[in-house]
Ligand binder design. Sequence first.
Ligand code: HXC
Length: 258
Amino acid sequence: MAYETIIVEVDDEVATITLNRPDALNALNSQLLGELSQALAEVDASDKVRCIIVTGSAKAFAAGADIKEMSEKSFVEMFLGDYFGTASDAIGRVRKPVIAAVSGYALGGGCELAMMCDFIIASDTAKFGQPEINLGVIAGIGGTQRLTRYVGKSKSMDMHLTGRFMDAEEAERAGLVSRVVPAKQLMDEAHQAAAKIAEKSVLATMAAKQAVNRAYETTLTEGLMAERSLFQSLFATEDQKEGMAAFLEKRTAQFRDR
Ligand code: HXC
């Protein structure tokens, strides 16, 4: 499938999707989000791909939803079109691990997109923010919910009410990002992390993702039950036998996703 606003590359079991609207700092419009959800669904369904990276440019992961596209929309259009709701649900349905590699601006919908991914690796130039308040609106694809879960109420309120940006160091301290690296190393770091994930049994990485995500959705007791069931069910896989045998035989496991 040919895309106009993203670039999709699959290399050694890792799919890299690069947002590509350089003239608009990768602002998310309907076309880009449609293409992104379709590409994510394709690589998620591929037998070859075991981990996915979503990234942008050095200057911007994405500077938010496209203000030009949104500015004249009516409530009825936003509501009936479920503006970006359908695409963000589709992105949230991806079952394989997704890493956001963020350099430069990740603002508004860009910050929200990064937070839809499973974890964020940031360059030291990254700037996160939910500046929608400056436009007379609020976050619309998860910012108030996900940022609050990542960094807590106080900092989330601060970001949403003042519209200020958070630099990479603050984002790491607050738990929004998992690692910060010098800008030049960002994609190497993301590819190394993705390659590490790709070495594992995809059954286990998908189960781990599913289990961690339950922590956001349910009570501790229900989450513990979900984790326990997934953990126990992995004993029905050949990869569990292989992984444990390889440890005991002091060799590298050869996972076959069975
Ligand atoms: C459309 C955008 C854009 C955006 C930047 N551009 N952000 N176009 N939508 N969100 C365009 C600019 O219009 C400009 O185009 C070009 O990208 C370069 O941007 P500049 O502003 O000239 O760059 P700079 O001075 O370096 O400032 C960078 C910036 C600033 C700080 C990131 O662009 C900015 O504040 N952008 C808006 C950030 C924002 O408010 N995001 C939230 C959007 S609302 P031209 O043609 O003039 O060269 C949102 C809602 C999510 O995300 C919920 C959706 C359902």
